[in-house]
Design a protein. Structure first.
Length: 146
């Protein structure tokens, strides 16, 4: 229904340097068919609740035909980076081979965590003021597109 917040389920995982982002993405996609999977550069601790909010924005935009990019994975990366410029989002937030990274999988149903990734799963906490600012900035990208 229009105006209704799109339900999104998301989980984020932190991997140390030396892991393969592409391998992790393939594994998460194989156990969660039909989901969006993205890898990003590890930075300050990411709250799983923030990831869920940004994923919900992506899915709502997808449902209304108003995504920032053609693919949900890129739309999510843009929202996470807080920019409408794909090159800038990749440069600032994209996973770098050999460096620590986050992997995110999101969908409209519960996410399955592979057993070997359980210890890497990020916690879900109450949104901080900084998290809320990021959610707002990501939502404002929709207005800039119009």
């Amino acid at each position: 229904m229009e105006g209704e917040m799109t339900q999104a389920f998301a989980k984020a995982y932190l991997f140390e340097a030396g892991g393969s982002a592409d391998e992790v993405k393939r594994k998460l996609a194989s156990v969660n068919p039909g989901t969006m999977v993205q890898a990003m550069r590890a930075g300050p601790a990411v709250n799983a609740a923030l990831v869920e909010m940004l994923a919900a924005q992506t899915f709502r935009a997808e449902s209304s035909g108003a995504m920032l990019a053609k693919k949900p994975e890129i739309d999510f990366l843009l929202r996470f980076a807080g920019t409408s410029q794909i090159a800038k989002a990749i440069r600032e937030q994209g996973a770098v081979p050999g460096k620590p990274f986050f992997a995110v999988t999101a969908g409209r149903k519960e996410i399955v965590t592979p057993a070997e990734y359980r210890s890497a799963e990020l916690p879900r906490k109450k949104l901080s003021r900084s998290d809320l600012t990021r959610v707002e900035r990501a939502a404002l990208l929709d207005a800039q597109k119009s």
